[in-house]
Design a protein around this ligand. Structure first.
Ligand code: SAM
Ligand code: SF4
Ligand code: F3S
Length: 468
């Protein structure tokens, strides 16, 4: 995960290939690269599980692969351009190895469909996010020389029965998908088109997966959905209904040593019930990602976010009342259609009020087919978008620095997640409120909980002195 809390992101997580998997001796090998949000990374783990059942082993080296898969993101144009570059790169591999198959999975597959097969003849398989079970069938077809495509979206598919094979794992923290799709129609966003209707995964399979992770030594799970507050699962008889607050509680009750996080909350849907549940259980982390997108009510309406600036501020105030030490992060878009200097200033004012600990900041990128692309002109010039982005990044840096300075002298329990990138003799871990803390390695292990006091900070990182 990240060792910084200030970044402009083009994809939520940049394309990482995973390292290891079982079945290294397997005759057939696949290589997978993932782009986009955590849900996409989690999907790659489902795909790995499906391929594992088919006798495929994983490789980190694409030159050794019989099958190369790219799990793609469409959220901004730049995300798609990155994938196109990777496909051009793999074209050379196809020339050298005639039997090599290349597949495009995920949101870009869903958005572009057959077009991907036609373009430059780089791709053999195109598979949308709800069609991963048909991958073995499409591989068989593509091996026979036919192009394989399945981009059907489903109202039911949650892959609830598939145990993901953890890729690129630190063995301490893991994602667990609790729902798929999105029913909100934010006018800038491509996700409802690429991921389809919202559906919730059955509670029992979620709790089972989290329990298994804990039994295997994991100490943190992050429950994932595009809008977790609208999680609602009902059993077949309709006599058992589980809300998001109840799901959180069930996962928290697995063990006090298992930390629970979640993402993403929607300002229109987050409830006091959820806030009180977080406050009640020490192992549900005091951290909420509450994307606001803009501080201007006029723009929020054009974005179809269905709340006003005042409503958002009310939600922030409720969080601070009920969970006083809660870390809060957000997503922001600058340069959305018709954005004026006044709207932009409203965003800056809101940032100064909310004092976010972490912010993901983007320039608006028009996505074909979305409500905004059909209704409004993308009329803010690129250089103004860049200037406004730089301005909000500066405001955020200052906020984050102040928020880190306020941590000096405070005590925290951190969970050790990995070795510091800058110094091999140091670990990094996270506080309950999601701040990264660097500590000396001493005799600790990954997955240990350590008591620290914060001694130094930058705008991105805290340094801790070990107390236990
Ligand atoms: N479901 C979450 C929500 O409601 O906020 C997040 C969805 S999206 C994967 C992550 C972020 O990407 C959004 O919160 C938004 O800030 C940004 N985003 C989405 N569409 C965008 C676009 N067309 N241009 C720039 N940023 C965009
Ligand atoms: Fe996109 Fe809005 Fe759904 Fe988030 S809530 S995924 S921004 S449509
Ligand atoms: Fe990208 Fe699809 Fe996620 S568009 S952000 S990979 S849901």
């Amino acid at each position: 995960m990240f060792e910084t809390n200030s970044k402009i992101q083009d994809e939520s997580i940049q394309g990482k290939a995973f390292d290891s998997l079982t079945n290294q001796e397997s005759p057939k090998k696949f290589y997978i690269e993932s782009y986009g949000c955590a849900m996409n990374f989690n999907d790659s783990e489902i795909v790995a599980s499906i391929l594992h059942e088919e006798g495929y082993g994983a490789t980190q080296d694409p030159t050794l692969a019989d099958l190369i898969l790219i799990n793609t993101c469409s959220i901004r144009d730049k995300a798609e351009q990155t994938v196109r570059h990777r496909l051009m790169h793999f074209k050379a591999y196809k020339k050298k190895k005639k039997a090599l198959l290349v597949g495009v999975l995920g949101c870009m597959a869903e958005r572009l469909k057959e077009k991907l097969l036609e373009e430059e003849k780089l791709v053999d398989i195109v598979l949308g996010p709800d069609a991963y079970r048909s991958l073995p069938h499409l591989i068989a077809e593509a091996s026979e020389g036919q192009k394989g495509i399945n981009v059907l979206l489903s109202r039911e598919e949650t892959y609830g029965d598939i145990s993901p094979i953890r890729l690129d794992s630190n063995g301490v923290t893991s994602f667990v998908s609790i729902m798929r799709g999105c029913n909100n129609m934010c006018s800038f966003c491509v996700v409802p088109f690429t991921r389809g209707r919202e559906r919730s995964r059955d509670t029992y399979s979620i709790v089972k997966e989290a329990q298994e992770l804990f039994d295997n030594g994991y100490r943190e799970v992050t429950l994932l959905g595009q809008n977790v507050d609208s999680y609602r699962w009902e059993n077949e008889d309709g006599n058992e209904v589980v809300s998001f607050a109840q799901l959180l509680e069930k996962v928290a009750c697995i063990a006090p040593e298992l930390r629970v996080r979640f993402s993403t909350s929607h300002p229109k849907d987050i409830t006091d019930d959820v806030l009180y549940t977080i406050a009640k259980y020490p192992n549900i982390c005091n951290y909420i990602h509450l994307p606001v997108q803009s501080g201007s009510t006029r723009l929020l309406q054009l974005m179809n976010r269905t709340y006003t600036k005042e409503w958002y501020v009310h939600q922030i105030n409720r969080i601070r009342e009920i969970i006083p030490r809660c870390g809060i992060s957000t997503d922001l878009i600058v340069g959305f259609c018709t954005e004026t200097e006044e709207d932009h200033q409203a965003t800056i004012d809101l940032m100064k009020y909310c004092k976010y600990d972490l912010a993901y900041m983007y320039a608006y990128s028009e996505r074909p087919g979305t409500l905004a692309a059909r209704r409004y002109a993308d009329d803010v010039p690129e250089e103004i978008k860049s200037r406004r982005l730089a301005e909000i990044v500066a405001v955020h840096r200052e906020n984050a620095h102040q928020s880190n300075i306020a941590e000096l002298g405070k005590q925290h329990t951190i969970l050790i997640e990995g070795i510091s990138k800058k110094n091999k003799d140091e670990y990094f871990g996270r506080t309950d409120n999601n701040k990264v803390v660097i500590i000396p390695k001493m005799n600790f292990n990954m997955g240990d909980y350590v008591q620290v006091v914060i001694t130094e900070c930058t705008s991105g990182t805290l340094m801790g002195k070990v107390l236990n």
